[in-house]
Design a protein around this ligand. Sequence first.
Ligand code: SAM
Length: 335
Amino acid sequence: ERTQDADAAIRQTDSDAALARLSAVRKGYLTDSFIGHLVPRSQLQPPRPPLINVGTFVRSYSIDHLVEEWINISKQEHKPCQIVSLGAGSDTRFWRIATGPYKDHSRVYAELDFPEVTVKKAMSIRKSSQLGAVLGPPETVSLAQGGMALHSPKYHLLPCDLRKPPSEVLPSLLGEILSPSSPTLLLFECVLVYMSPEASSNLIQWFVDYFDSNSVSSNPGVLGVIVYEMFGLQDSFGQVMMNNLRSRNVSLIGAFPYPTIQTLPERFMRHSFTVSKALTLREIREKFIPKSELMRISTLEMLDEVEELNLVLDHYAITWGVKLDPVSNSSSAAW
Ligand code: SAM
């Protein structure tokens, strides 16, 4: 029963993420006309404090940027890409891509999460004509597995527990959806921290093997990965963050092996990725977000706590990496 409570607490983190996104959208930090359809009216809350809105903005801006670059590289190589979002929760990225400039360049988009989360998302999609319309004509959209799964020509919503042995779960879920010869991007946006390092490692290795030339008869697709997560929880501010979540019954077990920013790319190098890099959200805000955007968001709300903002952003990072087949010469190595 304790495990069930702990899992419920982990699923609850999705409502937090969705509410934070909605808050940032309402305050003008982000544009997203879809998130409102995924947050039930009964769950609406007052906007988040400015510090949280800025954090959400930096997180979203940087992941969007990396995803667009990834799609762009695949586009230049004339290979429509596939995106798999693990622990996707109420994320709206599929809808934003499918209605944006890159809509014709992704082949398939799959989202995985606990069945309790996917069943709610599938219901929201069925209820919202704005979300549904993006998936295609109604006759091409179908529910499966008692409403826990949803399939459409490009978008698939799939229930699973990502901690289970991947070889028992993923082939039946993804086997018919993912082509092992298309460039494929894995998104882990704030999810690996809730899983044991062993479970994460097995999960990543399953994808590495799926796109490995030894197991694919044709040319395997390039595998890319983007991870957003907390790290460095060993220091005093990290302890505060961790205790805060622990009081809500959420453990950050997956962050323990990563005391510093340098340790984050090592995870992917261990899985024989070709390149992997990581930046803290603080570095991204200070060095990579265009000045014009920083100017624009500084006019939205008063942010007094810049020191505290930096402390928080110092404990969140984006890690990204590429695994190339030895014989391919894809430009994604420069990503
Ligand atoms: N990626 C989304 C985003 O960034 O907006 C949601 C992030 S939310 C903090 C974490 C999500 O991971 C939740 O939806 C949760 O249910 C999912 N998750 C965590 N552990 C999982 C597991 N073992 N199996 C499936 N989903 C999991």
